[in-house]
Design a binder for this molecule. Structure first.
Ligand SMILES: Nc1ncnc2c1ncn2[C@@H]1O[C@H](COP(=O)(O)OP(=O)(O)OP(=O)(O)O)[C@@H](O)[C@H]1O
Ligand SMILES: [Mg+2]
Length: 358
């Protein structure tokens, strides 16, 4: 890889200063607090936990006995799918007993009122640091953990875990559906033009799309016939979902989209997010995983997954910024740029240019 391509991996877009619309601890109704304290004992202090991009309720709480908890879930000020996300995550924790080795210990959950009311899960707090800044030692630690996740159980051990090909939110990835394919049709959304306008030179980007879309769609279509290793897939391995505890051990959080499927999706998603947030080339992370797993992934398969993941970011980064998620389009944009740079470095499609600051 040339030095010039490596430079393109650095995020050029400034992070928006706004924060997500997470509720304060003091907004918890007394009946919710008393339900929590049945599990944790009396809470002495709590603060909002910042980190991800959603407006879910997230708290770091310390009990009077000194135990520290992480409490998260949905709340009345949030869109209805928050409760479903929490349900799915609790299902993953209860189905996959071995998660205790990779994730914080799950203590239980509380709910008050109907679906739109408070629904919270309670975990051990990871009292450490976020994954940033990335180093090769940190990516290696995560890769080791991923290999453990992907190789711990067979399908027969986890019959209740959803199949990625059948899960609403993630099936497009596993089946290679929609994503870039949506750019083939003109419709009212005008997505081709919106995509082009993400770039400094939108005319060149529009032309790039017309020229290279068939190749990207072809790569994406390769997902449906892929036969590589399958396992438990976390499916959201960004730096904000990885913490390093006080002993410096990597811990993975946010198991909302956990499902069964091609593990290459996890590896590519992780490598692409690392590339979006550091100067580490994604191929280096793939190599780390191949070394630890002893399995070499065919280049065509890797490119199929990179194209698929990049197609997701391409069809989301251009959309309007949701009021409660002010940094979502930004993170999608830097991941899009990293994916396009990766495809360019591998000769799948040249760079359409650099994204511009919105
Ligand atoms: N057990 C934990 N201990 C300490 N901090 C945590 C723990 N779990 C998560 N966090 C922090 O809280 C943030 C939000 O948690 P999590 O990712 O689980 O929530 P989420 O509702 O899925 O949010 P998002 O969709 O924004 O990622 C994480 O980015 C992380 O920084
Ligand atoms: Mg998260």
């Amino acid at each position: 890889m040339t030095t010039e391509t490596a430079a393109a991996f650095h995020p050029a877009l400034l992070e928006p200063p706004e924060k997500e619309a997470r509720p304060q601890w003091t907004e918890l109704p007394s009946e919710v607090l008393s339900e929590i304290e049945k599990i944790t004992g009396k809470i002495a202090a709590a603060e909002i936990a910042w980190g991800g991009y959603s407006p879910s309720a997230c708290f770091r709480a310390t009990a009077e006995n000194g135990e520290k908890y992480f409490i998260k879930g949905s709340h009345p000020g949030q869109a209805a799918h928050g409760a479903k996300a929490l349900r799915q995550e609790i299902h993953a924790y209860t189905t996959l007993k071995f998660l205790q080795q990779l994730a914080p210990r799950f203590h239980g959950s509380i709910s008050v009122g109907d679906e739109d009311d408070w629904r919270l899960g309670i975990w051990d707090m990871v009292d450490g640091k976020t994954a940033l800044p990335w180093t090769l030692a940190k990516t290696q630690a995560v890769v080791d953990l991923l290999w453990q996740l992907h190789s711990s159980v067979s399908r027969a051990d986890v019959p209740d875990l959803p199949d990625g090909r059948e899960s609403n939110h993630v099936s497009d990835f596993f089946l290679g559906e929609r994503l870039w394919k949506r750019f083939e049709r003109e419709d009212d959304s005008n997505r081709q033009q919106h995509f082009a306008e993400l770039f400094e030179d939108s005319d060149a980007a529009r032309q790039w799309l017309d020229t290279h879309l068939p190749a990207l769609v072809r790569l994406q279509s390769g997902m449906s016939g892929m036969t590589g290793p399958e396992g438990v897939v976390h499916f959201d391995l960004r730096s904000d979902n990885i913490l390093f505890n006080a002993e410096g051990r990597a811990v993975i959080v946010d198991w909302t989209d956990t499902c069964w499927g091609q593990v290459l999706l996890d590896i590519v998603l992780f490598a692409q997010c690392v590339a979006a947030e550091s100067g580490i080339a994604p191929q280096t992370v793939i190599q780390q995983y191949e070394d630890v797993s002893g399995h070499i992934y065919p280049r065509e398969d890797v490119l199929s997954v990179v194209a698929t993941v990049t197609g997701y970011f391409a069809d989301n980064a251009w959309r309007a910024v949701p009021q409660e998620l002010p940094r979502l389009r930004w993170v999608q944009s830097i991941c899009l740029q990293a994916g396009l740079s990766w495809l360019a470095a591998e000769g799948a499609a040249p760079l359409p240019g650099m994204l511009c600051q919105k």
